[in-house]
Design a protein around this ligand. Structure first.
Ligand SMILES: CC(C)(COP(=O)(O)OP(=O)(O)OC[C@H]1O[C@@H](n2cnc3c(N)ncnc32)[C@H](O)[C@@H]1OP(=O)(O)O)[C@@H](O)C(=O)NCCC(=O)NCCS
Length: 177
């Protein structure tokens, strides 16, 4: 288990439903990021913003690490899964619509880069061909890596649209940790 705050009951062997990982950076006293270890589906409304088909989320959520960012109340979540001994993958990241553009997504990504730095060499993230999301990831330090043709048309039971754009291929980006 990753280290967490000194007062965390996990230190005494009692695993709490959430583990407080970070609280109060210098600029945003109220920002907390928690690793959620029980009842991960309570965050389904947010997870569905990034991945609209629940049975696709069910494929990675049980074994994924789920992080929730609170600034007062809940703002964002993300899920990371191991791929192999060197690589992990960011599977889902979402911020409530009314709070987007306030830096929460980037803060969560910077946090997971640090969190996994000693465990993996590379983090992957896959997304549809959506320019805004691709440039969000690139601005966080990811670079385009490869494409899985027809991922969305093959794996989802209905056409997936991001605005006017129908998602077909999955574009993978990677970042060295
Ligand atoms: C992608 C997402 C998680 C980013 O979270 P966020 O909290 O808004 O991220 P930030 O506020 O840290 O934004 C970081 C940068 O990306 C830009 N950005 C974020 N989302 C954007 C969007 N949908 N369209 C255009 N630009 C966006 C921001 O303007 C910001 O740029 P800046 O730092 O130059 O001002 C959020 O937009 C979201 O939840 N989208 C819906 C779910 C989704 O599509 N998830 C990704 C699935 S692959």
């Amino acid at each position: 288990m990753k280290p967490c705050c000194a007062a965390c009951p996990a230190e005494s062997g009692k695993i709490p439903p959430t583990i407080l990982l970070l609280y109060g950076d210098l600029t945003r006293d109220m920002v907390k990021i928690k690793k959620i270890i029980e009842n991960k589906k309570q965050f389904l409304d947010l997870l569905l913003l990034a991945d609209e088909q629940e049975n696709m989320i069910d494929k990675y959520l049980p074994d994924g690490d789920l992080f929730a960012l609170y600034d007062g109340d809940l703002k964002s979540v993300c899920v990371v899964v191991p791929i192999n001994s060197e690589t992990c993958e960011l599977k889902n990241i979402a911020t409530y619509e009314k709070y987007q553009g306030n830096g929460y997504g980037r803060a969560l990504i910077n946090f997971i880069f640090d969190f996994y730095r000693n465990d993996y060499k590379t983090m992957l993230v896959g997304t549809g061909e959506t320019p805004a999301i691709l440039s969000f990831y690139e601005s966080c330090g990811f670079e385009k890596s490869y494409r899985v043709k027809n991922f969305f048309t093959y794996n989802y039971d209905h056409p997936i649209f991001e605005g006017d754009i129908q998602l077909v291929d999955m574009i993978y980006l990677k970042k060295g940790l």
